[in-house]
Design a protein around this ligand. Structure first.
Ligand code: URP
Ligand code: ZN
Ligand code: ZN
Length: 460
């Protein structure tokens, strides 16, 4: 199939370019002004922005499978929602059972995703246990195209010691991969929860009080020390605080390579959500929690200044009814996480580009190019360039709309962005060179393919 996209503004690696773009098969074949239509199917992109397909660096689909705490979105609904919103590749977190091999988690994630995913996908691997057998498995993961990992400093069933974190960063770094960390101090969280309960605070408003900014800042500082001692770059996932960003800035000033992901919820939602009536605030229980205006302003300034490298959603959707309600009597039992995979691009366009905070080129770097580089997919993904995969988004910047749960593809009974006024919308998506969204409606399902990734292509 050959498609010619005419008259669009292409958001290319070097900046916006008014040009045509031809797709042949599943690749970008030509970019230039006035390309002849020939036998190509023509899409008129006048007045539209054309982006490389967006990459979500952080999702949790079908997490806690077969438990009362299973996420609402499975691989079918989660990737369909991603595609509808212009995300053509997701990186989801595979998680081994305690004591199990990395291979077992990889197999489990493949069996959930293969043949069901509507957008392309890769897996980060969670390290819970660390021993010589697991270490040897890193080579198998490389061969399988899994080159990025996550460790946790919080959650009793997940967290690793500082010594383990150091060994993981060294072992992965030697292979050219990258490790991300959930930076919250688990002991301090446990103490914070106990203190809130002792004070009789059992509702969701106690959640942010149990894990304040210092809990993240301490863990960011420790993670940076781990990276420094290991001598390899480290990634900080879902950064939420000004203090955390300041620590990264200082580490970089000392010459350290550190990468930062934040999420739309930390840019657009604030801790006022923990003061909603009844049990409504449970919809906003995630970790790290939502923060205040000062943190939001610092994260926006960090985005504008190029200090933040990627925006992932941390999409981890739980129904309000039935799942979040498990914590009605005790906030610490509310499943942690919120949905967002469908809305990240339009949210960033609205609050970032249309609001004049960032340019379309910066948006492309945050949602496509830098994720592709950090996670070893560039320039196959993340670039409008000849030879790159033809995963493309045609975006109408003039459209105005509103986010509602009623209209979403996410299979969860609410959206934290209910009623948000949006500017711009994803009009057309090509997935591997074939239309997957047309007129903002998804027209193809189950065409997502696993993306084998190589070593990180660090730029810091
Ligand atoms: O609350 C959150 N973020 N849940 C998902 C798991 C994680 O920590 O990323
Ligand atoms: Zn996390
Ligand atoms: Zn997460």
């Amino acid at each position: 199939m050959s498609i010619l996209i005419q008259n669009g503004t292409l958001i290319c690696p070097e900046g916006p370019v008014r040009a045509d773009l031809r797709v042949e098969g599943d690749k970008i074949a030509q970019i230039g002004p006035g390309l002849p239509a020939g036998s190509s199917q023509v899409i008129d992109a006048s007045g539209r922005l054309v982006f490389p397909g967006f990459i979500d660096t952080h999702t949790h689909f079908e997490m806690n499978k077969s438990t009362p705490r299973q996420t609402a979105d499975d691989w079918a609904s989660g990737t369909l929602a991603a595609l509808a919103g212009g995300t053509t590749t997701v990186l989801d977190f595979a998680e081994p059972e305690r004591g199990a091999s990395l291979a077992s988690a990889l197999d489990a994630w493949h069996s959930r995703a293969d043949g069901r995913a509507s957008c392309h996908y890769g897996f980060h691997m969670t390290i819970k246990d660390w021993n010589p057998t697991i270490q040897r498995e890193l080579a198998d993961m490389d061969r399988a195209g899994v080159t990025s990992y996550k460790v946790y400093f919080a959650y009793d069933n997940l967290r690793v010691s500082d010594g383990t974190a150091l060994e993981v960063v060294r072992a992965v770094g030697e292979r050219g991969g990258v490790v991300g960390c959930h930076c919250e101090n688990g002991d301090l969280v446990t103490a914070g929860i106990a203190a809130q309960k002792a004070a009789g605070n059992l509702g969701p408003s106690a959640h942010p009080l149990s894990r304040p900014a210092a809990v993240e800042a301490e863990a960011v500082n420790r993670w940076l020390a781990v990276g420094e001692l290991a001598g390899y770059p480290v990634n900080i996932v879902h950064l939420s605080t000004k203090r955390g960003l300041e620590l990264v800035r200082m580490a970089r000033a000392r010459g350290q390579a550190a990468y930062v992901e934040t999420c739309p919820q930390y840019l657009l939602l604030d801790d006022g959500k923990y003061q909603l009536p009844g049990f409504e605030s449970a919809k906003y229980v995630l970790s790290p929690p939502l923060r205040g205006a000062e943190d939001q302003a610092a994260l926006w300034a960090g985005l504008e200044a190029g200090e933040i490298d990627a925006i992932g959603t941390d999409h981890c959707s739980f129904h309000y009814h039935g799942a979040k309600e498990l914590g009605r009597e005790d906030f610490s039992q509310i499943p942690n996480g919120i949905p967002g995979v469908e809305h990240r691009p339009v949210l960033l366009y609205t609050a970032g580009v249309a609001a004049g905070r960032i340019t379309p080129h910066q948006m492309m770097k945050l949602l496509s190019e830098q994720p592709a580089k950090l996670f070893g997919m560039y320039p196959r993904k993340g670039a409008l360039a000849v030879g790159s995969d033809a995963d493309l988004v045609i975006f109408d910047p003039e459209h105005t709309g509103r986010i509602t749960a009623a209209a979403q593809h996410q299979a969860v009974d609410y959206t934290p962005y209910e009623g948000f006024e949006t500017e711009g919308r994803v009009e057309t998506v090509l997935l591997s060179g074939e239309p997957a969204v047309e007129g903002s409606r998804v027209i193809s399902r189950g065409r997502g393919r696993f993306v084998r990734r190589g070593p990180s292509q660090f730029w810091r």
